[in-house]
Design a protein around this ligand. Structure first.
Ligand code: YH5
Length: 275
């Protein structure tokens, strides 16, 4: 996969560490964020074996409020600049074309867009670059999407949406080698619909494009095991390994060290020459 400065080998699973740059994750008590704490966390994830870092300045959790443009820029740009020299690909979790543009100027390698580049101008910003693109499905808006998800056939509808976005990107001259797809777990889906997507991931493939899965600590796991998000690590690992069996290529996770170990065992089990 082409991903900005990098050519990623998807022959083995890649682990994307989640770096939230939002006050709910790193607060100094005044509602602002301490950059050093965030950078420490990023370096820790890289040490733990993260293959890439996903920097997010807007909380897109269900029910979350939108973040103004300038605030998102102020959160995300210094982090990208500081992490550029680490040698790991930097992804930016944003749907705002202006954040995409400034992030790419600052050296980001990938745009991770929960709105699949549907905002006006988004495609123009990324078309002239070599950045990787994660295209995700979402039904509705983050504020209200979990209120009443509705599908006749979630697998077909998510797949058709992704296929349509890939077609639009192709028409804009964007090479498929830059694209990774994401079914969008928790983005306007019931727990049952989320599990159905994971169970049948291979039936949703578009043009053989790779999958990125964001399952880490999500409510669909809490739905089964109970537990607060921070206590969902084991549940996240089980779901992640099932995703790999279903053909996933990139895992977006909070718990990098634990996921690296789990993936190592999965790879060992796959390796029939290890006897
Ligand atoms: C994703 O799936 N998700 S932000 C609620 C949680 C735990 C985690 C209650 N950005 C995705 O991570 N980008 C987010 O527990 C994403 N795929 C991609 N590509 C939500 C999140 C979360 C929400």
């Amino acid at each position: 996969m082409q991903c900005g400065r990098f050519e990623l080998d998807l022959g083995r699973p890649l682990i994307m560490g989640i770096l939230n740059v939002t006050p709910d994750s790193f607060s100094d008590g005044t509602g602002s964020v301490s950059p050093q704490q965030i950078l420490d966390r990023a370096h820790c994830m890289i040490e733990d074996g993260a293959d890439m870092i996903d920097v997010g300045g807007e909380s897109t959790r269900p029910g979350a409020d939108p973040v103004p443009l300038q605030q998102e820029l102020d959160r995300v740009l210094p982090i990208i600049e500081a992490l550029r020299s680490t040698g790991v690909p930097l992804s930016v979790d944003t749907f705002k074309p202006e954040v995409m543009r400034r992030a790419l100027e600052a050296g980001a390698d990938m745009i991770n867009d929960i709105r699949a580049l549907q905002e006006p101008g988004a495609i123009d910003v990324v078309a002239g670059s070599r950045c990787g693109l994660c295209i995700m499905h979402m039904q509705g808006e983050p504020r209200s999407m979990q209120q009443a998800p509705r599908y006749d056939d979630v697998l077909r509808e998510v797949r058709d949406f992704l296929a349509e976005r890939v077609q639009v990107l192709r028409e804009a001259g964007i090479d498929n080698r830059r694209i990774v797809l994401d079914p969008g777990f928790g983005f306007g889906k019931t727990a049952g619909q989320n599990y159905s997507m994971l169970r049948h991931l291979e039936t949703m493939t578009v043009d053989g494009l790779p999958w990125l899965l964001g399952l880490s600590r999500k409510s669909m796991l809490g739905h089964v095991v109970g537990r607060e998000p921070r206590e969902r690590v084991a549940a996240s690992l089980a779901a992640a390994l099932f995703g790999l069996e279903k053909g996933a290529h990139i895992l977006r996770v909070h718990d990098v060290a634990e996921t690296v170990d789990a993936v190592k065992i999965w790879l060992t089990l796959k390796d029939e020459s290890f006897v």
